[in-house]
Design a protein around this ligand. Structure first.
Ligand code: ADE
Length: 423
């Protein structure tokens, strides 16, 4: 290693990775350490332009131990899941040469070199938006590139899976299946891409970040309790999901929105039914989530054909998938009618992401929100009972997006190239 002669070199690499939302849910593990699921799952990758993790990783002989900073604060890397990912990556590292810096790292040296990892989520980590999926996928992807790990994305997905189950699906853009696999060592529990983000690019996704006072049950402990106590989860994993996976793959292949929407809503509802069937029961949805479900169901029923699909993970936030831009603008009108913001909030901060949906909906300022007419499917004329001010914190308008990328612009690095510390 040229490290002996040039003492203070620092090599860095930066990557960006999307988050994903499952439309056929992962719930329940058959192996807690390797994170092996009891059923296949399917997700849509979300546009990293709106929701993503950026991670810079660096290596230097000057580093004394592995360190990580997340959203500006140093965090511990001692957890088993981080350690599993780091061990798997180090064992697959290859020779690396940086001619400009005059640095050569031989394959065997990676075991003794320490890493600095600086990561930033462009959305609140506490908002319940699957930040660990994007985060662990980005950690694995960026380190694999830095260490010249010569494995394809599916193999990397199996490493990311050991950090956070759903992270394996964030290694690809578009529509992704996590195959549960059969092997005891988890080698065949990998993600594969079903279709890229261009395949069905008229879908529009609106996320309602719902205000929540409740401390949610972590997915890890919730899943464990479900596997130990729910009868319904066994029926779901053995009988229901295998059929839905086939139907969902078909719906995605044919861009069949009604089938896609029916399966997505049914699977979200069954996942929450499993949560209720758990002892003690787990409540992830709240009154606002229920109001969103009812309003979408009412609209879909009124139209006679699904306009919008809803899906909820382990929290109250709604992810609403609409068929195209036109239905997305009609959806946003409804959402803003039912959930107007508190009076002190700026519209620009209330609807973020792709603002063109707001323009398509004819909403330019707050008085347009106040003037929204009730949707035609509402029969009850007492409008005040329908307007639930302040129940939604904000909306994010987005779409299906692409997979991980390396960022080559040094300005986007989160690490100071001289010190190897966060900028
Ligand atoms: N958990 C939440 N966000 C994360 C990130 N960016 N990296 C690693 N773990 C995370």
């Amino acid at each position: 290693m040229a490290a002996e002669s040039i003492e203070k070199w620092v090599l860095t690499l930066t990557a960006q990775t999307p988050t994903n939302i499952a439309v056929i849910k992962y719930w329940g593990k058959r192996d807690e350490d390797l994170i092996l699921p009891i059923n296949d799952s399917i997700s849509v990758t979300l546009d990293p332009g709106h929701l993503c993790t950026t991670t810079s990783v660096s290596v230097s002989p000057a580093f004394t131990h592995d360190r990580m900073w997340l959203n500006g604060k140093e965090v511990s890397l001692s957890g088993g899941r981080f350690q599993n990912c780091l061990r798997e990556l180090r064992s697959r590292a290859s020779d690396v040469e940086d001619k400009e810096k005059g640095v050569k790292i031989a394959k065997r040296e990676w075991e003794n070199l320490h890493l600095h990892i600086v990561s930033y989520n462009n959305f609140p980590t506490a908002a319940g938006l699957a930040s660990s999926a994007a985060g662990l996928a980005c950690l694995v992807f960026s380190l694999a590139k830095l260490m010249n790990v010569k494995e394809d994305h599916s193999k990397l997905s199996a490493i990311a899976r050991q950090g956070s189950g759903s992270a394996c699906r964030s290694l690809y853009g578009g529509f992704v299946k996590w195959i549960m696999g059969k092997e005891e060592n988890g080698s065949d529990s990998i993600a594969v891409q079903l279709a890229d983000e261009k395949h069905w690019n008229d879908l529009v996704i609106i996320i309602a970040v719902v205000s929540s006072r409740q401390k949610e049950t972590s997915s890890t402990s919730g899943m464990r309790d479900s596997v130990e106590t729910s009868e319904l989860i066994k029926h779901r994993a053995k009988e229901v999901v295998p059929k839905r996976i086939i139907q969902m793959e078909e719906a995605i292949k044919n861009r069949d929105f009604p089938a896609f929407a029916r399966l997505t809503c049914a699977d979200s509802n069954q996942f929450h039914a499993v949560c209720l069937d758990t002892l003690p029961p787990i409540f992830y949805l709240n009154d606002t989530s229920h109001r969103i479900i009812s309003s979408v169901e009412k609209w879909n029923r009124h139209e006679g054909i699904p306009q919008v699909a809803y899906t909820f993970d382990a929290g109250p936030n709604a992810v609403l998938i609409s068929h195209n831009r036109k239905t997305a603008s009609l959806l946003l009108q409804r959402l803003l009618f039912y959930f107007p913001p508190q009076s002190d909030i700026d519209l620009n901060n209330y609807v973020i992401g792709d603002k063109t949906i707001l323009k398509d909906a004819g909403i330019h300022e707050m008085k347009d929100v106040d003037a929204l007419p009730p949707p035609p499917e509402i029969k009850d004329t007492n409008l005040s009972t329908h307007r639930n001010r302040g129940e939604v914190t904000y909306f994010i308008c987005t779409r299906p997006g692409s997979g991980p990328v390396v960022l080559t612009d040094q300005n986007q690095s989160l690490i100071n190239p001289e010190t190897g510390l966060p900028k």
